[in-house]
Design a protein around this ligand. Sequence first.
Ligand code: UDP
Length: 346
Amino acid sequence: MSDKPEKFIDENGLRLDGRQINEIRQMKIKIGVLSRADGSCYLEWGNNKILVAVYGPRELHPRRLQKADSALIRYRYNMAAFSVEDRIRPGPSRRSIEISKVSREAFEPVIMTHLYPGAVIDVFAEVLQADAGTRTAAINAASIALADAGIPMKSLVSACAVGKVDGQLVLDLNKAEDNYGQADLPVAMTQDGEITLLQMDGNLTPEEFKRALEMCKEGCRQIMEMQKEALRNKFADDHLPIEVPDEIVETLDVAATLEDVVEENEGDEVEVDDSSEETVEEDPELESEVEVETGDADEYAAEEPEEADADDDILEVEEESVDLIDGEAGDEDEGVANEGSETREQ
Ligand code: UDP
């Protein structure tokens, strides 16, 4: 392990890695990196490298572990043996079991587990390279992988930590700040700022704690923007090559051809009309036909008041149906109101 630095923040207010005290590390996100998982995400955050795979919802075996009214969430946080300076002993440790538990709890309020009774949703978070903040990095990646798997969630979850070095609060600790700092406060929250994970190591005054939470909130807001952006890009890409069925392409072609013909002939239309009028004048038989038609038209014209009546009838009927619709709507409203009051009474 590297030695404790003399100072964490220099005279310009910059940290050892050149960041401002309220600046998070660079984040890179790749979605859908594993073909066998239902959802996956590879995330780099500073020098952290995390891979998350999500499987499910799928039937839980053994069946005795199934929950009758909801899905079970399982979350496994694991550090690869090669992810840190000193080799990590493979298999679960006290630390990894604790992180797995609190991370699962960070998702329980947002995942709509009631939609999948008897099922399980498995989240595997593998730390490939660790450099402080791996639990928060894994939560950020898991959130995206869950969304990639299409798991219904009320919100994404974003996480980051605030710590204290040289008596100052700093956002998103690097390794030296994490190992030698005076405090470490990892927090996960939803889009609405609902906290789903909060742990604390070290000491903070109540005032510092309040400020630290505000800093976490701002950090999580920035991270959520990146998560959303990554998801938007992923799904925009997925839908780019739209396959249009042949029959629709043909219809489109026909429509385009017809449009072209109409456009091309637009100027000629008048001429065509003129010629047909001439024909009518020149052909007495046709003329009589036209007369008959005109006669019919006159008859219709004579019946105009009746038509108007008929229109009125239609209008009346329409008014009635409007009334009916209003009435029904009123009833519906009442129904909703009743339902609401019943719910309240309960
Ligand atoms: N670490 C390590 N060996 C371990 C556990 C942790 O080298 O067995 C390092 C690793 O870089 C980790 C950092 O210490 O990111 C901080 O660990 P912590 O337990 O605070 O969890 P994290 O901040 O990673 O969520």
